[in-house]
Design a protein around this ligand. Structure first.
Ligand code: PMP
Ligand code: GLN
Length: 383
């Protein structure tokens, strides 16, 4: 393994899901729903497969039906217009979109500012692209993790090329506010930075929180690469359908990298996701409502079990602080949890460069059936 990748080892998600299987534990670690997405969308995939649509290489940028549906979804929800031919690219999940965007846009030595804790593939992809990551730490404050805008501004140097933003934010559940996004946009314009924004949890925002794409802010449309995922929005994480929307020059750059990573992926599933994106708003409302109820159930249960529970405004994750349980090392806690309680969770420290800043935090996924969450709570209460 080369020096760029040596520090990364095995992704925590593979490690923890294997531990859940080998110990028969409830897996609240890796973020995937235990209920598949809509039946009619599964049927659409079967139809495509059976009718021979997408069984051979689809067009490199994605099938036109899907690119059109992605553009229509962005317009319907956010008033953002994109030309499906030049401003939309279908990828093998958001994971490939992140990799292709960083590989395409970074020069070796360029600095990338990412909000810490960050989704684990960011660090590895920045490294593969030869970039340098500059983490800006979200700080716990009144049951949520907040961005210090001064810290963000101070992190920008002459070598900064790109801001890598994620909202709603995995693993903290933070949704950046209009004020925070305005400040990020102003900074990007002022310092002439590109922005890659991972908005895969765009449909999972709760209560008064609102998801506002960064591309909608003044000066951002031409400098922002926006990333979405059918895995997250329609509960088909195994299909690996994601996408990029951006200005033509940026999409063209990302496509240059993407064509040599996978060329194309997910043929028949692209047809099904094109249909999913045209589902009525009632689908998205019901999805959000279901996840909100699950968030409430697990948040209350974790609090009863003695954790300090942070408020999840978006995503399907809850971050907790284990110090009230007399623990301080999230790694040790998560490695012991399957034996102690038959539950698997993720130590947030893996998402930090400043490991000590993340040490006492542990993430639980609530995209699971109600009975599963209830059983997990019962087990955790016996800790
Ligand atoms: N970004 C974030 C913040 C995620 O949490 C995930 C997956 N959990 C991804 C990207 C990857 O999405 P996909 O499965 O579509 O590759
Ligand atoms: N994004 C999911 C999570 O944060 C997992 C994705 C993966 O396994 N790579 O849990």
């Amino acid at each position: 393994l080369n020096r760029r990748l040596a520090e990364f080892g095995t992704t925590i998600f593979a490690e923890m899901s294997a531990l859940a299987l080998s110990t028969g534990s409830i897996n609240l670690g890796q973020g995937f729903p235990d209920t598949d997405g809509p039946e009619e969308i599964r049927e659409a995939a079967v139809r495509a497969l059976r009718d021979g649509r997408g069984n051979q290489y689809p067009p490199g940028p994605g099938i036109p039906e899907l690119r059109t549906a992605i553009a229509a979804h962005q317009e319907r929800r956010y008033g953002l217009t994109h030309d499906p031919d030049t401003e939309v690219l279908v990828t093998a999940g958001a994971t490939e979109a992140i990799a292709a965007a960083l590989l395409a846009l970074l020069e070796p030595g360029d600095e990338v500012i990412a909000l810490e804790p960050y989704y684990d593939s960011y660090a590895a992809c920045i490294a593969m692209a030869g970039g340098t990551r500059v983490p800006v730490t979200l700080r716990p404050s009144e049951r949520s993790f907040r961005l210090d805008l001064d810290e963000l501004r101070d992190a920008v140097t002459d070598r900064t090329r790109l801001l890598l933003i994620n909202t709603p934010h995995n693993p903290t559940g933070t949704v950046l506010t209009r004020e925070e996004l305005t400040a990020i946009a102003e900074l990007a314009v002022e310092r002439d930075l590109l922005v890659v924004t991972d908005e895969v949890y765009e449909h999972l925002v709760f209560d008064e929180a609102e998801h506002i794409p960064l591309a909608t802010f003044p000066g951002m449309r031409e400098r922002t690469v926006t990333i979405g995922s059918a895995g997250k929005s329609f509960s088909f994480t195994g299909w690996k359908v994601g996408w990029v929307t951006a200005a033509p020059a940026l999409v063209s750059a990302v496509r240059s990298a993407k064509q040599f990573l996978t060329y194309v992926a997910s043929g028949p599933f692209q047809y099904a996701v094109a249909e999913a994106l045209t589902l009525p708003d009632t689908y998205f409302t019901a999805f959000r409502e279901d996840m909100r109820a699950k968030r409430d159930l697990l948040s209350a249960g974790l609090a009863q079990a003695g954790f300090e529970v942070f408020r999840t405004a978006g995503t399907y994750f809850i971050t907790t602080d284990i110090r009230p349980l007399g623990e301080s090392d999230g790694f040790a806690f998560c490695r012991a949890l399957p034996e102690r309680a038959g539950v698997v969770a993720i130590p947030n420290a893996v998402f930090y460069d400043h490991r000590e800043a993340g040490a006492p935090f542990v993430r639980f996924a609530f995209c699971k059936q109600t009975e599963v969450l209830e059983e997990a709570v019962k087990r955790l209460r016996s800790l």
